[in-house]
Design a protein around this ligand. Structure first.
Ligand SMILES: *Cc1c(COP(=O)(O)O)cnc(C)c1O
Length: 444
């Protein structure tokens, strides 16, 4: 199938009549707990365009939540999926093995931060990767506790939901939660009481106190952090913070796990967000962009840590499915061969100043932040830092009505995040930005 025209084309109101029909059928068959951002049904997608069943061409500034970084149905990914599907779709790697699994692991060992000996285990979802990082860290250290941050998001399974910070909608009613999860304050520069300059020092002091006096350092297996917090609101920690956490962890025999599920694989303008500051985590979790749209996740870590779990302790029926592995090789190839890390920087260079121009006296935009093609603006009541989730919602609704798909995030629901496919064409990006700017202007 040919790639859909990389142009915004709106033929009906959104959602259109055919989508509305399918919505009725969906509502009858599906539980309300499954939310939706833009209730259209998709017919096809390619590059940075999603075509719905009414023929509308919508600009994708979400990438299915940072998954289709190489573009929807990237040819390098599709070719490899086809070839692998024709050979075999499943054996269970724990039953009979296939080399494409090893190839993905070797690629991750090569491209993740640090040149020490590494090993990688593959899984299917991000939550599963985080769970397994904790399993490995507990066995490697013989310790139970896990330290996470406020505003963190690590998934929806019991342990990862317990590690996630935000109650509604992720945790409400789903308790009791997993024990031995401790939470330190995230150094959120925009909202730190003492200001951005104080955030790193004070957050490190809080982390130290939590570990040393509440958990006991000898009980702590891992400190798990997103190097840029995703669902929490694209919060970039102050410079130097991550390195200090890594150093503190090392001093106390604690494993520092970077959850790069959203930030990894070129998204932030480096292969990994940790690379911006030369931070080398002991373990790193990846998923989202890794499979180029297929479900694949990984834990990569120091070889001696990864080998701590005896044979049979890790795995899963679908973990490292061969079709997903083939897709991942295509995605990694696209990121490396098509210059997509640089593309993420180019996107930042174009988009960030335009977002920043929306700030200023009396503006609803209180903060603009992010790195590479992971950029966000936080909405507040003008002249204050009081969150304005209703404004973020209205801006998103305006964009959606105009055929630009954006996502809302943030602990206070007041952040619009932009996660375009890294392959987005310049004209399409310009069109999307004009719509987003108009959407913000319309809220004044
Ligand atoms: C999305 C995400 C997860 C969970 O991944 P799933 O594939 O949805 O289980 C974990 N950590 C971070 C940082 C994420 O963005």
């Amino acid at each position: 199938m040919a790639m859909p025209t990389q142009q915004r084309i709106i033929k009906t109101t959104l959602p259109g009549p055919r989508s509305l029909e399918l919505q009725t059928k969906r509502d009858d068959a599906l539980p309300t707990g499954l939310g939706q951002t833009l209730p259209v049904f998709v017919e096809e997608a390619g590059g940075a365009i999603v075509v719905d069943v009414d023929g509308n061409h919508i600009i994708d500034m979400a990438s299915g939540i940072a998954v289709t970084s190489v573009g929807a149905s990237n040819p390098r990914v599709v070719e490899r999926i086809k070839a692998q599907a024709e050979k075999f779709t499943h054996t269970c790697f724990l039953v009979t093995q296939y080399d494409v699994f090893t190839e993905v692991a070797a690629a991750l060992n090569r491209i993740t931060p640090g040149d020490h000996a590494k090993k990688t285990a593959l899984f299917s979802t991000g939550a599963e990767a985080v769970e397994n990082a904790i399993k490995i860290a507990r066995v490697a250290t013989g310790r139970p506790a896990v330290i996470v941050l406020s505003h963190a998001y690590h998934g929806r399974s019991l342990l990862t939901m317990s590690m996630t910070s935000k109650n509604i909608p992720y945790k409400e009613g789903f308790g009791p939660f997993a024990p031995e999860v401790y939470r330190a304050p995230s150094p959120y520069p925009y909202r730190w009481a003492g200001g951005a300059a104080a955030a790193a020092d004070e957050a490190i002091a809080s982390l130290r106190e939590l570990v040393l006096t509440q958990a006991g350092a000898h009980n702590v297996a891992a400190i798990v952090m997103e190097p840029i917090q995703g669902e929490g609101g694209f919060i970039v920690p102050p410079e130097g913070y991550l390195a200090r956490v890594q150093q503190f962890a090392t001093e106390h025999g604690i494993i520092f796990v970077a959850d790069e599920i959203q930030t990894g694989l070129g998204r932030t303008g480096e292969m990994f967000a940790c690379d911006h500051e030369g931070v080398v985590p002991d373990m790193i979790t990846t998923a989202k962009a890794l499979g180029g749209g297929m479900p694949l996740a990984a834990v990569t870590g120091r070889a001696e840590l990864m080998d701590a779990v005896p044979a049979g302790g890790l795995g899963g029926t679908y973990a490292g499915n061969p079709v997903a592995c083939a897709a991942a090789l295509g995605a990694i190839e696209a990121i490396e061969q098509d210059g997509l890390v640089q593309k993420a920087r180019d996107i930042e260079a174009f988009v960030k100043p335009r977002l920043e121009a929306l700030m200023g006296e009396g503006s609803l935009v209180g903060d603009v932040r992010g790195r590479g093609a992971m950029l966000a603006m936080e909405f507040v009541r003008p002249g204050t830092t009081t969150p304005a989730p209703e404004v973020a919602k209205a801006v998103a609704a305006h964009c959606h009505a105009e055929g630009v798909l954006v996502l809302v995030c943030g602990t206070f629901g007041n952040v619009i995040r932009l996660l375009p496919p890294l392959v987005i064409e310049q004209e399409l990006l310009e069109d999307a930005m004009s719509v987003i700017e108009a959407a913000v202007e319309a809220q004044r």
